[in-house]
Design a protein around this ligand. Structure first.
Ligand code: RP5
Length: 162
């Protein structure tokens, strides 16, 4: 199975990124995690992206806050799908990171999830890998059914709570 690469701009992003690693673990998807910054370690971030396909990765998740150029910088150096997680914090509480991540120029796409949306980033990565992996696709279907069952259980009890 292809690996998921997870890059975070700082180890201060780790509490957010952990939701992605937890999700990937629950689906038995192999992943590798690094702290590389578009600004503080641009060479390492670039090298990771340039070599990612040859190193067995199928998709890359990049998490960063504030002037969040990491996902875009990674995407500039690979044609693997890149998923950006804008992280909350800083003067604008994440709006700056959201816009920095989502506003990519035509030609260099980044699939941007919600602020701190690490679980969905992992699920989207899983869905990309599941395109040609029936066993993983079945796992994702089973998860959808289990998640729906939880909601329907809440539906049963909602009237009594009013
Ligand atoms: C970004 O700046 C990082 O991704 C992090 O979200 C934010 C703050 O980084 P630290 O100053 O905590 O290292 O590059």
């Amino acid at each position: 199975m292809k690996k998921v690469g997870i890059i975070m701009g700082s180890d201060s992003d780790l509490p957010i990124v952990k939701k992605a690693t937890d999700m990937l673990k629950s689906l038995d998807i192999p992943f590798e995690v690094h702290v590389y910054s578009a600004h503080r370690t641009p060479v390492e971030a670039r090298d990771f992206a340039l070599n990612a396909r040859d190193n067995g990765f199928g998709v890359i998740i990049a998490a960063a806050g504030m002037a969040a150029h990491l996902a875009g910088a990674i995407a500039a150096n690979t044609t693997l799908p890149v998923i950006g997680i804008p992280c909350k914090g800083g003067m604008m509480d994440g709006l700056d990171a959201l816009l920095s991540t989502v506003q990519m120029p035509t030609g260099i796409p980044v699939a941007t999830v919600a602020l701190n949306g690490a679980a969905n980033a992992a699920l989207l990565a899983a869905q990309i890998i599941a395109v040609d992996d029936k066993e993983l696709a079945d796992k994702l279907d089973a998860k959808r059914r289990a998640d729906a069952a939880v909601v329907l259980e809440k539906d049963k009890g909602i009237s009594e709570r009013l």
